[in-house]
Design a protein around this ligand. Structure first.
Ligand code: AMP
Length: 249
C-alpha cells in the first residue's frame, strides 16, 4: 500500500499565542513552529503500518512557505520515505488544501490518506472531510484505532460518550484523534538519514489549482480576561453572593 500523509506547519503547541495589535490575526514572527500534533500522530500511524509490513511507501506532504520543508524533514526522520512540498506564500484555507491534495492524490494514487483531525492553529476540522467529498472516497474521521485488511479499513472512532467501529473500503480518507498512538521522537541516525531523502517542490499552479482565499477573517480577539476570584468566610456568605451578586441561584 501507498500512503499520503499531509502535515501542517503550525505554531508549536507549547507557545502562548498572541493576537496581533491590529486584530487581523495571530503573531507568527519569531515564534517556534512545529508539526501539527495530530499530523505527528498520522505520521506515526503510517510508520507503524510500514513496520508491520502492510505499507510500502509513505509520502509526507506539506503546503505553505519554504520552512514547511523543515516539517517534512521531521516526518522523513520519523520514517516517511519521501516528501512533497507545495510551495505557496499565500494563506491556504482548508478548501484550497483539499483541492491541492486531490490533485496530488490523482498524481500519486495512494491507497490511503491519513490527515490530522484538525490543525491546532485554525481549528477548522475541515480538510479531511472536504477531501473525501472532492474525491468521493469513504472517510473514517476521529480515528483512535485503525486495522487494515484486504481492501478494507476498520476504523474505531471517538464519538460523544464512547467508541464507534466502522468498516470502509480503500482507497479512503482517515483523520487521526489524540488517542490513536503516541508519536516517537526521531533518533539522531534517522535525522541524518532523512537529510538524504528526496523532497519534491511544486507550486499550486503546477497542479492547476486556484488557491485564492474564499473566506475573509473579520477580526481576531483575545478571550476575555478572567476576573480575580475572592475568598468567602462562610457557606452562608457564599450562598448570599451566588444569589445576590452572581445571580446564579
Ligand atoms: P484543518 O481542516 O485546517 O483543521 O486541518 C486538518 C488537517 O488537514 C491537518 O491536520 C493536516 O493533516 C491537513 N492540512 C491542513 N492544512 C495543511 C497544509 N497547509 N499542509 C499540509 N496539510 C495540511
Amino acid at each position: 500500500m501507498k500512503l499520503l500523509v499531509p502535515i501542517k506547519r503550525v505554531i508549536d503547541y507549547n507557545v502562548k499565542v498572541r493576537v496581533k495589535s491590529d486584530n487581523t490575526g495571530v503573531e507568527t514572527s519569531n515564534v517556534k513552529m512545529s508539526m501539527n500534533p495530530f499530523d505527528e500522530i498520522a505520521v506515526e500511524e503510517a510508520v507503524r503500518m510500514k513496520e508491520a509490513g502492510t505499507v510500502e511507501e509513505i509520502i509526507a506532504v506539506s503546503m505553505g512557505v519554504q520552512q514547511c520543508q523543515e516539517t517534512i524533514r521531521t516526518a522523513l526522520a520519523m520514517g516517511a520515505d519521501r516528501g512533497i512540498h507545495v510551495k505557496s506564500d499565500e494563506e491556504l484555507q482548508p478548501l484550497a488544501v483539499a483541492k491541492l491534495l486531490k490533485a496530488l492524490v490523482n498524481k500519486e494514487t495512494p491507497d490511503l490518506v491519513i490527515l490530522g483531525k484538525q490543525a491546532i492553529d485554525d481549528d477548522s476540522n475541515q480538510t479531511g472531510q472536504m477531501l473525501a467529498a472532492l474525491l468521493d472516497w469513504p472517510q473514517g474521521t476521529f480515528a483512535s484505532g485503525i486495522e487494515l485488511s484486504d481492501g478494507k479499513a476498520k476504523v474505531i472512532r471517538e464519538v460523544d460518550g464512547g467508541l464507534e467501529t466502522i468498516e470502509i473500503s480503500t482507497p479512503a480518507i482517515i483523520t487521526t484523534d489524540l488517542r490513536l498512538n503516541e508519536p516517537r521522537y526521531a533518533s539522531l541516525p534517522n535525522i541524518m538519514k532523512a537529510k538524504k531523502k528526496p523532497i519534491e517542490e511544486i507550486s499550486p499552479e503546477d497542479l492547476g489549482i486556484d488557491v485564492a482565499p474564499r473566506l475573509t477573517t473579520l477580526k481576531v480577539e483575545e478571550p476575555p480576561k478572567r476576573e480575580a476570584g475572592m475568598m468567602v468566610e462562610s457557606v452562608a456568605e457564599l450562598v448570599e453572593k451566588l444569589k445576590n451578586e452572581a445571580k446564579v441561584i
